[in-house]
Design a protein around this ligand. Structure first.
Ligand SMILES: [Zn+2]
Ligand SMILES: [Zn+2]
Ligand SMILES: [Zn+2]
Length: 162
């Protein structure tokens, strides 16, 4: 899935193909090829869906405006930089204890401003994966219970007939 690659990709590293060219930081993600690329790599990706990765306080961010067409950023803490709203791709290390904050990220417990649930896209995605596997587990459990009840009824009926 491209989202997992996006979240594990190291952006703003030098591009291996263009290591000897200026401005070779990988700051674009191609969703169709599922790869991080530098501005010099752009030509073969001309018709692909591209996402510009930006930097804010030394971390990778994406503009909410760019991301909205591709993913649901609701409930993720956003910040305003250069008059655009951005969200973090990955959680940042905790800088101070969040004891005084009334609200924190559901996934990593980092302190947040009020109307948000997640500090980053990563935390939102990891939690939805977790709830998905949890609901699958519950589903299998219920299925097994129903099966054993039917088996029991079948067994009782059989005994009764005999
Ligand atoms: Zn390149
Ligand atoms: Zn591409
Ligand atoms: Zn978080």
């Amino acid at each position: 899935m491209w989202l997992e690659t996006l979240l594990s990709e190291k952006f703003y590293d030098a591009c291996e193909t263009h290591h000897d060219v200026r401005k070779n930081e990988k700051n674009i993600f191609c969703l169709d090829c599922c790869v991080g690329i530098c501005p010099h790599c752009l030509t073969p990706h001309g018709s692909h869906r591209l996402l510009q990765i930006r930097r804010y306080v030394y971390h990778d961010v994406i503009r909410v405006g760019d991301a909205e067409k591709l993913m649901d950023c609701s409930y993720v803490q956003s910040y305003t930089t250069n008059s655009a709203k951005v969200v973090f791709l990955n959680p940042r290390l905790q800088t101070r204890a969040c004891r005084n904050s009334s609200n924190s990220c559901i996934s990593c417990h980092r302190a947040l401003q009020d109307p948000y649930f997640f500090c980053s896209i990563y935390c939102k995605v990891s939690l939805s994966h977790l709830s998905l596997s949890l609901s699958l587990y519950i589903y299998i459990y219920i299925y097994n219970c129903v099966c054993s009840v039917f088996m029991l009824i079948f067994f009782i009926c059989k005994c009764y007939i005999i």
